[in-house]
Design a binder for this molecule. Sequence first.
Ligand code: ADP
Ligand code: MG
Length: 702
Amino acid sequence: MNDTKLIPELYGSLVFNDKVMRERLPKDIYKALHKTIQNGTHLELDVANVVAAAMKEWAVEHGATHFTHWFQPMTGFTAEKHDSFISPTGDGQVIMEFSGKELIKGEPDASSFPSGGLRATFEARGYTAWDPTSPAFIKDGSLYIPTAFCSYNGEALDKKTPLLRSMEALNTSAVKLLHLLGREDVRKVDTTIGSEQEYFLIDKDLYKKRKDLLFCGRTLIGAPAPKGQEMEDHYFGVLKPKVSAYMHDLDEELWKLGVPAKTKHNEVAPSQHELAPVFSTANVAADHNQLTMEIMKKVADKHHFACLLHEKPFEGINGSGKHNNWSMVTDGGENLLNPGKTPAENQQFLVFLLAVIKAVDEYADLMRVSVASAGNDHRLGGNEAPPAIVSIFLGDELTAVLRSIEEGTDFKKQKQTLMEIGAHVLPHFAKDTTDRNRTSPFAFTGNKFEFRMPGSSLSVAEPNIILNTAVAEALDQIYETLKDVPENGLDDAIQELLKTMIKNHKKILFNGNGYTDEWVEEAARRGLYNLKSLPDAVPQFIADKNVELFTKHHIFSKDEIYSRYEILLENYAKTLHIESLAMQDMVKKDFTPALFAYINTLTEEVLHKKELLPELPFSYEKDIITTLSAAAEQIMTSLKELEESTACAEGKEDVLEAARSYHDQVLAAMESLRLAVDQAEALMPSGSLPYPTYDELLFSLR
Ligand code: ADP
Ligand code: MG
């Protein structure tokens, strides 16, 4: 876009948003729909019919021929099935039609989506149900209608349904407590999310030459390049023109779809970048993040890149995460985690802050489960992402506030000082009362919490379902303690409760460096969870206290919990199975033939030279031949181990046992195979390798 004046016009131009609704719907219909969106009231079919007709008209004007119910099954990807608007009129002609019924409900055959045993294939019926709180949009000639996806019996088969349920749970609990605190003006509390998305951009031709990237999204072998990220020259570095052009196009595509893309920059690792949107309500933000990931890939393709969203595409340099910034906001626009100028006197803020602390402490295991994936296991604890131990960073000021409450002393606010930069031409501004901590998994960042454990390809629905539900529970417990206190005793009771909560939950607070071994030991002493891998973490999902939490707040039924537990483990096993096969394939068909050929060439060369120069020892060449031949032996042994361990893991009936076997045996075999391959690769000339190396993948872009 050359004319930047047009951006406000371009923004949301493909979205059936509030403005379009107001323009195109009769007043009473608009009002009814608005009420549904705001308060979740039921929408009558006659209203839906009018909305559908207006949507279709708008969509057709914008070039759409089809509509699709867009949903988020448990695959972690989005799903869609397109139907055209055409309806034959009987005289060889068609008209374009779209009814309220088609808008509200869809019936995709659900049998091929993971359900974790919730639905047998003979009961293939699944339903998609329109989610009016997330606006419809047009993409590739189709009208996309965000929907929830459930089974014939109403069990959730997707990620949106439980997220919506958790938002409702938090809303109910937060409003109830706010009313008790004298805030009768508040009618609704929403959760807000801003998710920063990290990604890698790789040349498309190079990408296509690597089976590991094609099948698994990450490299399974590959010797490190001479340079990694040690120079710290990529983070916030100058954007290369090709990358800048990509980001420009990406922003524009996202803006058209109403995704408020805001910040873009280079990340720590070479070829790694980040995009952050302006935050929005959880449900819309989750849909937008799915769209963002999809559009990132699509625009990359146009720019001759492949966009990698895997958590650990390359060994030895940082992987990618998705920071989940989270807060709560009232219908009046008040951020409940905003401490104001004097946090120590802001009782309402302190109550909500402590509710979050209590929630994260009591359900730290679920927080860890919510970010568990085969890919993310490579990140957590890798000295690049926060460790697998969940803890909270509050910063100096709030820590001091809580200490004074616990000790019953007066909090003396530090006077805000002006930044002293030492050059008078520079502007003066107030210094923040606390520095930042990059190593904390869950950090308070001024007026929101930033959860830094989620992996780059994860649906943000997952961590937010847990966070919302756990906080709802904490708010309920606070309510229960305070509900019978007479009004004139409320302040004292709150102060007393805050004190108790600080005492009970301060073990989760940690302002230090989360990357150190000392913290691992200290966390163990404090009794915090350290769930290192997915098979370690997932059993917590079905722990009694967690089943109780989910069922009490109507987030998941018992059946739904067990289905998700199965899917998580199954998915892990399948991912590792594919990785194992892809690695075997690559090593057998690509790498070893190249290795043998090179050993052969070297040997022939030595023999040939020996004829000419019999007096020379050729020790250099012989050394390489010996090392490579030894590596070849090791590769054969490791390959066999990998084959056997994979067959063994595949044969396990129990999903948890299978996942453990993939983790303990298959992953270990993959690591030793990689070691041998990478050692050999480092000695081979680039020209003799059958796939592009790390050097090319990460540094070839000019
Ligand atoms: P950093 O990289 O320093 O963590 P960014 O500016 O890249 O910060 O990202 C911060 C994210 O937090 C943005 O997506 C922003 O919109 C979001 N955010 C800001 N305020 C809130 C809030 N109240 N609730 C949720 N997210 C928020
Ligand atoms: Mg961040």
